[in-house]
Ligand binder design. Structure first.
Ligand code: SF4
Length: 463
């Protein structure tokens, strides 16, 4: 089952794809199901049960507020961050929650007390995935009407129990001409058809939509990434969550603008810009702003920063930016299919590591690299992120996450440059490194998989 570029790159809100966007989507799906069953008007209460990593880091990742927003019928792509903040404040203050099952006449208001109705079950895990959320709707007599469990499996992807059992969404989309299962198949199919990886991905996208729609969708992704960088470079102040992390991007931007002439003496000043763009996105993400999941929110700064590096320092041609995105998505799909893009499953190698690999591949393609060089770049991008743990302080997507995106972006550029200096021949294949990442994640202690129970999260008591 090939994964679309529009599934890998989703417009949504921060701070987390698995812990914010996923639960919001799950809540929205649940309330629509209740409405479809005809039970919405009979609902008196909805209880939310958060399990595993969703409970352990859910407060820092805004999982509870995401569930509330989802129950009001909003999906992440449509959510306006400012309006959502006001809505959540209203719900918490009034203890009244407008359930919205979709469509006219489907709004039904219930009592909702977050302290009573949201249950944090960090010590329990459900089968299938560490990020599980259960919703239970009951009537005025306390009789259960509907129950639904969902798994947020990384990158904003959500599966219900049936889908999780089958390990696939119920509606996978139309069949595609090149249904590659791994990188070897991708290279073989592209080679036989005489296509670049980006061209092959476009052929697959054409199974669901025309070229005009594909280009419009890609432009929307680019525009959202650009807007996120630009907003991140303007905003100042302290990031929310209680860790008192100051936003740095605006200050760094001002510094860079002030010393433009002096920077011409220093060829490495390019790195300052790449660092800035990555920080800007991840500060926006940490503040709950609008971002593109790429392929997750915690790692959302890497691909926009490398894309802007390409656009500003190489070539602004939109077609080449589309090649970047399509190629990066082909690589991201391999990780999603054969390993994981969920830090709760495999640690940060599945977020920052995957984003680095995707960005390296996209940049190599945009710069005219061969399919073999692209595969090599993707492999390098992951090889040097293997074992990267997830240990966010206070469960917030701030430390180490924000700076880690800057490091990931620089590493991706280096991986592309290394690959472009060779002919694509190399020892460790991309498939091998993806499998190594999966096994390393399976061997990793839970302490380092988005639980905030180990690493930096417990070794900086002064924070
Ligand atoms: S450490 Fe990495 S995986 Fe964990 S929350 Fe931060 S960016 Fe995401």
């Amino acid at each position: 089952m090939s994964i679309s570029v529009f599934e890998l790159f989703k417009v949504g809100v921060g701070p987390s794809s698995s812990h914010t966007m996923g639960p919001m989507t799950a809540a929205c799906r649940f309330v629509r199901r209740v409405a479809q069953d005809g039970d919405l008007a009979a609902v008196a209460r909805v209880e939310v049960w958060l399990y595993g990593s969703l409970a352990l880091t859910g407060r820092g990742h805004a999982t509870d507020t995401a569930a509330i927003i989802g129950l009001t019928g909003q999906m992440p792509a449509d959510a306006d961050p400012d309006a959502c903040a006001a809505l959540v404040a209203r719900v918490l203050d009034s203890r009244r929650l407008p359930l919205n099952g979709g469509g006219q006449g489907y709004v039904h208001e219930i009592d909702f007390d977050a302290g009573r109705d949201i249950h944090w079950e960090g010590g329990s895990q459900l089968p299938f995935h560490p990020n599980a959320i259960t919703f239970v709707a009951v009537d005025a007599g306390g009789v259960e009407l509907t129950r639904g469990t969902y798994y947020s499996v990384g990158g904003g992807f959500v599966l219900d129990e049936d889908e999780a059992r089958a390990n696939a969404p119920a509606n996978p989309g139309p069949p595609v001409p090149y249904d590659f299962a791994n990188a070897d198949q991708l290279l073989a199919m592209a080679g036989q058809a005489g296509l670049t990886i980006a061209e092959l991905m476009r052929e697959n996208e054409r199974a669901a939509r025309g070229d005009a729609d594909i280009d419009q969708g890609l432009d929307r992704i680019l525009a959202t990434m650009d807007a996120c960088i630009d907003r991140g470079m303007r905003e100042t102040g302290i990031l929310p969550g209680g860790l008192d992390v100051p936003r740095r991007a605006a200050k760094i931007h001002a510094q860079l603008m002030q010393r433009q002439e002096r920077m011409l003496r220093d060829p490495l000043s390019v790195m300052d810009w790449v660092n800035l763009w990555a920080l800007a996105v991840n500060e926006e993400n940490a503040a709950g702003g609008k971002v593109v999941t790429s392929p997750t929110n915690g790692a959302a700064g890497i691909i926009p920063a490398v894309l802007r590096y390409y656009e500003r320092f190489h070539d602004p041609d939109r077609r080449r930016l589309h090649i970047f995105l399509l190629t990066a998505a082909a690589i991201g799909g391999l990780y999603k299919r054969n390993a994981s893009i969920s830090a709760a499953e495999v640690g940060c190698q599945g977020e920052v590591g995957v984003a680095c690999s995707m960005a390296a591949a996209g940049l190599t393609a945009a710069m005219g690299g061969t399919n073999a060089q692209i595969e090599n770049a993707a492999e390098i991008g992951m090889e040097h992120n293997l074992g990267l743990t997830c240990d966010p302080i206070k469960g917030l997507v701030q430390i180490p996450c924000i700076e880690r995106n800057a490091m990931g972006a620089i590493k991706a550029i280096d991986a592309a440059r290394l690959a472009l200096m060779g002919d694509g021949t190399h020892k460790v294949s991309l498939d091998r490194v993806i499998e190594t990442m999966r096994r390393t994640g399976a061997d990793m202690k839970d302490l380092y998989k988005e639980t905030s129970l180990g690493g930096l999260a417990v070794n900086l008591p002064e924070c």
